[in-house]
Design a protein around this ligand. Structure first.
Ligand SMILES: [Fe+2]
Length: 214
């Protein structure tokens, strides 16, 4: 009766994972850690569960020039993958987070940007995860024999020093509490098309082309 039964996966949500070579990561992370420490010290007291954050202008500071190059290179790779590299992007915000043991970050996304990302400078001895929420509204959730990317409503990515993650800015994510004994240090950033309003926001349909209006 059935000749063929196939699956077509529609609208996948993508998270890009970029790992530096360990030796280069160690070198870069040593420098970044010292710079972040300099910006945050003397550390103000923060409530239990909270963290320290730098101002959001790290991408404009000369000490972070190498880091900016890394983000730009990774973002170009993402843009090529999505075939949108003809539209230049720029970093719109970049800040560091120091999460002591017990600190967590509740679910959020990054409005008014195309891509967001995080780079890990230091990860606690117990490891560290970032948790992404399924962006689709799910109403029926049967318990499968095993959760997979098709049936789970959240997915995580493991972090490690020298790892850079890039994901769509609309994708909601959270960071579970640091359950290790050492600090988790990361640098977050947002990317947006440099000339969005001028070059991309006008209607895409061509009024002279006839019926095919979107
Ligand atoms: Fe975030």
């Amino acid at each position: 009766m059935i000749e063929k039964q196939e699956v077509q996966e529609l609208f996948p949500t993508t998270v890009w994972i970029v790992d530096l070579k360990p030796a280069e990561a160690a070198l870069l992370n040593g420098r970044l850690k010292a710079e972040i420490e300099k910006i945050i010290s003397p550390r103000p007291t923060v409530p239990v569960g909270s963290n320290w954050q730098t101002p959001q202008d790290l991408h404009t500071r000369p000490a972070f020039a190498d880091f900016v190059k890394l983000v730009e290179m990774a973002a170009r790779g993402v843009a090529r993958f999505l075939q949108v590299d003809q539209h230049p992007m720029t970093i719109t915000g970049c800040w560091a987070n120091i999460n002591p043991p017990g600190a967590y970050h509740p679910t959020h996304n990054h409005p008014n940007n195309y891509l967001s990302g995080v780079y890990y400078v230091a990860v606690p001895d117990s490891g560290s995860r970032i948790l992404f929420q399924d962006p689709r509204p799910s109403m029926i959730m049967p318990r499968p024999r095993q959760f997979t990317r098709l049936t789970a409503n959240a997915a995580d990515a493991q972090s490690k020093p020298g790892r850079l993650l890039i994901f769509p800015a609309w994708l909601r994510h959270s960071v579970p509490a640091n359950d290790g004994r050492t600090e988790r240090i990361s640098i977050s950033f947002n990317l947006m098309f440099r000339q969005f309003a001028e070059t991309m926001a006008a209607p895409m349909w061509n009024p002279t082309a006839g019926k095919d209006k979107g």
